[in-house]
Design a binder for this molecule. Sequence first.
Ligand SMILES: NC(=O)c1ccc[n+]([C@@H]2O[C@H](COP(=O)([O-])OP(=O)(O)OC[C@H]3O[C@@H](n4cnc5c(N)ncnc54)[C@H](OP(=O)(O)O)[C@@H]3O)[C@@H](O)[C@H]2O)c1
Length: 245
Amino acid sequence: MNSALIIGGGRGIGRALTEGLLSRTDTRNVVASCRSQSSLESLQAIDDERLQGVHLDVTDDASIDAMASRLGEDLPVPNLVIHAAGILHEDDIEPEKSLRQCRRDAMRRLFEVNSIGPLLVAQAVIPRMARKARGHYAVLSAMVGSIEDNRLGGWYSYRASKAALNQLLRTAAIECRRTHGELCLTAIHPGTTDTDLSAPFQSNVKPGKLYTPEQSAGRILDVVLGGSPEDSGRFVNWDGNPIAW
Ligand SMILES: NC(=O)c1ccc[n+]([C@@H]2O[C@H](COP(=O)([O-])OP(=O)(O)OC[C@H]3O[C@@H](n4cnc5c(N)ncnc54)[C@H](OP(=O)(O)O)[C@@H]3O)[C@@H](O)[C@H]2O)c1
């Protein structure tokens, strides 16, 4: 039976993960965190007493601490965490096509949301997870975070923020072998998925390679839950195959 915590669980792939978990009879409960009030309110459309929505902005330490300190109190301790929050574009921030377009403020924002935020959420949540029971902690990374696979260039900040995320997850996995020996940490590429994040770039996607959030969520759950502690620190594709760092 899984008690799940989905960070960014109100929209996009995170929303499909929340709903996918609730459709399973082996799910005991789901805590879905949202940054925006609109996503939090949209969770009310899901009529399931196993679901609790909470506010969390990964760039705000106080909101991370406020959520994490409730785990084991009025929120269940999770044995499955999936960090599905992330950005590619936001307000006037767009993925850079050239070196000339790189901006300090945009790069900082991408690293705040996609790299530092996930690490600080893990820092707050993992110590509250069971030390000796099987558990899973996954972050949604991206194939474009692979340095070896980078043949097209562009998207400087997003690529680098996901490469940093992968390194941070790998480092945490090594430490967790000592503190949480039954925990499997996974960085997973969800596949190109039809969400607000990918919407402006879908014309470049090959036919048949754009997946629904429900398809991606189902595959992510299969791969993440199929991981064992020996696999911890892996970077994998949605089909479970390893991705070169
Ligand atoms: N879609 C794809 O094709 C694709 C491909 C590769 C990797 N990914 C990765 O998969 C993850 C999910 O992407 P998606 O396609 O589902 O994107 P999305 O539909 O745009 O959803 C983004 C999610 O991130 C949350 N979020 C953004 N900024 C946040 C912050 N500061 N604090 C807390 N939550 C924040 C949003 O919360 P609110 O709803 O509250 O705003 C929302 O739940 C991302 O990390 C993305 O890089 C996606």
